[in-house]
Design a protein around this ligand. Structure first.
Ligand SMILES: [Zn+2]
Length: 489
């Protein structure tokens, strides 16, 4: 690690020395975000900072020698309520989902079936892999996991016809009565999915998707028998009679609307919003939280750069979620190493970098940063598309491409989740979680849209912690968006 010895500063923020973290923090607190970005440990003027253009691939960087096992455990494990491939000790988690998905279409007198939904169209939407002419839900997960997770056909039932109107079910999308009535009739081989023959279908054994002929449903709901945080647990799916025997169902269930036959697109695009299916399965498989605010796509602390916030269009899961699920363990640096590094686009390359505050930093020890290159055209689902659109496949809803830097506070979110924020480059170096809740006057980074990613700007940037103080980490010389982005860390 490079010794922290440089001395610099300009008015109005007084002279500081990197060895005096507390003094630096105090000095920086008096500066505006713009002044902070001008403040860095480099004496060059802004215009003199040119982007760097070559350096080690982050995938080959060693983790800093003095990063403790406690920090590694916090970063790589400690997923909170998120379901990880690994237990805390690093061994495989038997509760991790198998990827099997059961799809159950049902109709009611008030919401008759869309005849375009058949076992064949359901299969085509969810399960195929390999080179295809269209998107599949499977390929979304395949790309997001860098080939480590695929969804599999756990069974597709014929249409189930209920005799009662949907509007007459009290608490639909929350109550157990609709799922019970559908499961009672659906022709699924649950015994084959119940791998340990305990008459209980666990989240590891299968996920369950109900296709609702109402044209609008998009929800995931849990049950009291498997309480796993948000969304709140509801009634029980214990001892449900099915044509295949009596089973207890523990997984959260997903409701997805299919277009009504009156919709002009009912036949050509019969599922309501394909990206939202991936969002809901993010809840069901991995217990990922909703990150939008006030129920609006693309809002909240991860803004328009996260499928768990912006499910109205195609975005990847955040690099944070991919790491907590256990698909990537980026190297951890705990100092500014003064090296230009290469960040390949994370859509196609298993590449990212974690930055932890140096041991001498006064920053809270439960905070760190993750860096990734989001480049929309790089999403090609590993060549899955016969004719990949020029602007990519599964990250096309991003407002822009560029260097994404995420701030994480372990345990800082609601319901045991971490607080995860995309640092908004357009706002400069501010207290990431602000001083008020997200809806308040000083929310920190929130509702990130155009301008949130870093690109060539001639500036140095410091990374600020939740106290508003400087973590002692900084970066500079960022290049413009591309399959490779270069920056000095
Ligand atoms: Zn959701």
């Amino acid at each position: 690690m490079t010794p922290l010895t440089k001395t610099h500063r300009t008015a109005p923020c007084t002279r500081w020395h990197l060895g005096y973290a507390a003094a630096v923090t105090a000095a920086l607190a008096a500066c505006s975000p713009t002044e902070r970005d001008a403040l860095e440990p480099v004496s060059a003027t802004r215009s003199a900072i040119t982007p760097c253009s070559a350096g080690s691939d982050v995938r080959n960087l060693p983790t800093s020698a003095d990063v403790t096992s406690a920090i590694k455990d916090m970063v790589y494990r400690t997923p909170g309520p998120i379901i990880s491939r690994f237990k805390q000790d690093g061994t495989p988690n038997p509760k991790f989902p198998s990827g099997k998905v059961v799809v159950l279409p049902f109709e009611t007198p008030d919401f008759p079936r869309n005849p375009a939904i058949t076992p064949g169209t359901i299969y085509s939407e969810f399960f195929p892999a390999g080179t295809l002419t269209g998107l599949t839900i499977n390929n979304y997960f395949y790309e997001n996991s860098w080939g480590q997770f695929q969804i599999k056909n756990g069974g597709i039932s014929d249409w189930v016809t209920l005799s009662k109107n949907l509007k007459d079910y009290v608490g639909f999308e929350g109550d157990d009565q609709v799922p019970r009535d559908v499961l009672k009739k659906a022709n699924i081989n649950w015994a084959a999915l119940d791998t340990n023959n305990d008459k209980t279908i666990t989240p590891a054994e299968a996920q369950i998707v109900f296709l609702v002929a109402n044209g609008y449903s998009a929800a995931t709901r849990g049950f009291t028998s498997w309480a796993t945080g948000s969304p709140v647990a509801l009634s029980s799916l214990a001892n449900v009679t099915t044509p295949n025997g009596t089973f207890t169902f523990l997984p959260k269930v997903v409701y997805i609307g299919t277009k009504k036959a009156s919709d002009p697109a009912y036949a050509t695009n019969p599922f309501r919003i394909e990206s939202t299916i991936c969002h809901e399965l993010g809840h069901a498989f991995f217990n990922l939280p909703d990150r939008y605010a006030a129920g609006t796509c693309g809002t909240g602390a991860t803004g328009q750069y996260d499928m768990m916030s912006n499910n109205c269009s195609w975005e990847h899961f955040t690099i944070y979620d991919k790491m907590k699920i256990g698909w990537i363990q980026p190297p951890i640096l705990d100092a500014h190493i003064s090296q230009c590094v290469t960040l390949p686009a994370s859509e196609g390359s298993k590449a990212a970098l974690v930055l932890a505050p140096p041991p001498v930093s006064a920053s809270p020890k439960n905070e760190y940063f993750i860096v990734e290159n989001r480049y929309k055209p790089a999403s090609g689902c590993n060549g899955c598309m016969l004719f990949t659109p020029a602007n990519g496949v599964f990250d096309t809803g991003l407002p822009e491409s560029g260097l994404a830097i995420w701030w994480v506070q372990t345990g800082g979110g609601v319901n045991g989740y971490d607080d995860v924020r995309l640092i908004d480059a357009s706002k400069g170096s501010i207290d990431p979680d602000g001083t008020t809740p997200i809806g308040g006057a000083n929310p920190g980074y929130v509702n990130q849209g155009l301008g949130a990613l870093y690109k060539q700007d001639g500036l140095n940037h410091i990374l600020v912690d939740s106290t508003g103080g400087w973590s002692l980490l900084w970066f500079t010389a960022v290049s413009n968006p591309g399959y490779n982005v270069y920056a000095q860390f």
